[in-house]
Design a protein. Structure first.
Length: 553
């Protein structure tokens, strides 16, 4: 494999063919066979707090993608609009864009339901997979695509297989369904695993109880690329992609398995994370090479053990960030016993805290966490759900705020984004009946109906239609007596005033520097702890590069 490029060519002319904005359209049905896609205004959304008066979504006019105006100073210099990746993520400028103070009027841009397979219980992904402007190249001037796994039903035991669907990010129209059956409880990962300049989708087959799943890879157009090795304990797990050893070849991480870019197993960790795993990759020891991080153990890129902490129970979720006043990363672990934190070398910082008062138990505390600066103090906090609460914590697990939710069934997570660019991030979480957006004080700005058994899915934020403004993507599945919800909903600001997010979300353990916007997996992954110090949240972009909000106020 050729050496992975570290900086793509800069194309200063911008997009050759505009992609028109879709705004102010209600009740238009589009989509492929067996699918419905609808765009409407505030369909079923309940908002509270400040909001501007609803208007037609014509803020961007009828031109092409609205790239941020101006530029920021990065190591690569001043950057203008471009169709290629120009930010090597080795520098982060300060964000300069902001929205008017009352720019929070959520609007359902589109929704999509597969009539044949209406249930989705894994995190939706976003990447450029299709040549929308017809110029023969898939790049950042094409409309991003939403990738979703849907099935006839979602079951807590091995149920029926599902399929991957690729949807147009602007309208929800179905580009195609991949006909190869996949496990509907596995969150795929998207990235360029073969260095051909185009992203692939990696997931697994679905096998009977007691039999292992097999890794699968699909080309960007849905063609089956290969069927790979076994993953023995995959139920409701998640795939991750990383170049662990900086050799220019992407590794595939699945539970305690590490495979090469062809799906062949390289090694297996001694510790098994079990069901509901989302194994992560991060440089814990500062040597520039990534470790594979499980809940209670970490392994070097070659499979040799780095640490094992027997006091931390599995299954559990690892999240990597700097959450104290030293310069090193910590590993935040969420499992059925509560919240624990390990130092970068695996020693215990605190163990099994349950600050909200919810009792210990797999259905109460076993949820992935989100790391972000939620209050604009330039320090990272973390957020996670328990059975009855969604809570933001300081790094020492003291409560910043806590909101009531209802999630007694699964392992859902959340995310966050600074929609207004005011230095205060809004938290998002989807429980069994509602997707919430909370402000910096924990008050609900948005309550959007949805239904779910809350398996391993969570809402994501990305600029899915390439209009320069962030959108929220959330999935649903039928649950109990709750009314059916669309399989996928995309929510925007009615006037597209929200700050621009990156146009990609490629895996469950997304932390920005793990992937470039074109789906390239970095050969030398920039240290996300040092640059952004976030986990499961997206970054703002301006002028083609990452930027970090200034302090609040």
């Amino acid at each position: 494999m050729t050496l992975r490029r570290t900086l793509a060519s800069i194309v200063l002319s911008g997009c050759s063919t505009p992609v028109a904005d879709v705004g102010g359209i209600t009740g238009v049905t589009t989509g492929g066979s067996g699918a419905g896609s609808e765009m409407g205004s505030n369909d079923g959304l309940a908002t509270t707090g400040a909001g501007s008066e609803m208007g037609s979504s014509g803020a961007n006019g009828s031109g092409g993608p609205k790239f941020d105006i101006g530029s920021i100073n990065l190591d690569v210099g001043a950057i203008g609009p471009t169709c290629e990746v120009v930010d090597d993520m080795n520098a982060v400028g300060e964000c300069g864009e902001s929205a008017p103070p009352n720019s929070f009027t959520p609007d359902v841009q589109w929704s999509w339901t597969s009539n044949a397979e209406p249930h989705s219980g894994v995190t939706p992904l976003v990447a450029n997979l299709t040549d929308d402007n017809g110029n023969g190249t898939i790049d950042l001037c094409d409309t991003p695509d939403v990738v979703v796994v849907a099935a006839v039903e979602i079951a807590y035991e091995h149920g029926v297989p599902g399929h991957l669907y690729v949807l147009d990010g602007q309208t929800g129209a179905e580009h195609f369904r991949i006909e190869t059956e996949v496990d509907p409880c596995i969150t795929p990962a998207i990235g360029d695993i073969d260095d051909d300049g185009l992203p692939e989708i990696v997931t697994t087959t679905m096998s009977p109880v007691g039999e292992p799943n097999l890794l699968l890879a699909f080309e960007h157009d849905g063609t089956l690329k290969w069927t790979g090795g076994e993953w023995v304990e995959p139920y409701c797990g998640a795939i991750a992609l990383a170049d662990l050893d900086n050799d220019g070849e992407v590794e595939i991480i699945a539970g305690n398995i590490v495979a090469d870019h062809n799906g062949s197993r390289l090694w297996a960790a001694t510790q098994d994370p079990g069901f509901y795993s989302a194994t992560a990759a991060a440089d814990l020891d500062g040597d520039g090479v990534l470790e594979v991080v499980l809940a209670n153990a970490a392994y070097h890129a070659d499979g040799t053990p780095y640490y094992f902490n027997p006091d931390v129970l599995t299954p559990g979720y690892p999240q990597i960030a700097n959450l104290d006043d030293d310069p090193d990363a910590e590993v935040l672990v969420t499992n059925g016993s509560g919240v624990s934190m390990l130092e970068h070398n695996g020693t215990t910082k605190f163990l099994n805290l349950r600050p909200t008062g919810d009792p210990a138990g797999a259905l109460e505390w076993f949820r992935p966490a989100t790391v972000h600066d939620f209050d604009g103090d330039q320090l990272a906090e973390f957020a996670s759900s328990s059975a009855n609460h969604y809570t933001v914590y300081e790094g020492d697990a003291s409560i910043v705020w806590s909101a009531d939710v209802s999630d007694l069934t699964g392992a859902a997570s959340g995310t966050a984004f600074d929609f207004l660019g005011d230095g205060i991030a809004d938290a998002m979480y989807a429980d069994e009946t509602t997707m919430f957006v909370f402000d910096g004080a924990g008050s609900a700005l948005l309550q959007s109906p949805r239904a779910s058994q809350t398996l391993i899915e969570y809402p994501v934020v990305a600029d899915v239609d390439n209009d320069g403004s962030a959108e929220i993507v959330v999935v649903s599945n039928y649950f109990g007596d709750n009314p059916p919800s669309p399989t996928v909903q995309v929510i925007r600001d009615a006037d597209d005033r929200w700050i621009q997010a990156r146009r990609i979300w490629n895996q469950h353990t997304y932390h920005v520097t793990n992937v470039r916007e074109d789906g390239t997996i970095p050969q030398f992954e920039p240290n996300h702890v040092e640059l952004l110090n976030t986990f499961r949240t997206n970054a703002q972009i301006e002028g083609g590069g990452l930027c970090k909000p200034p302090p609040a106020g």
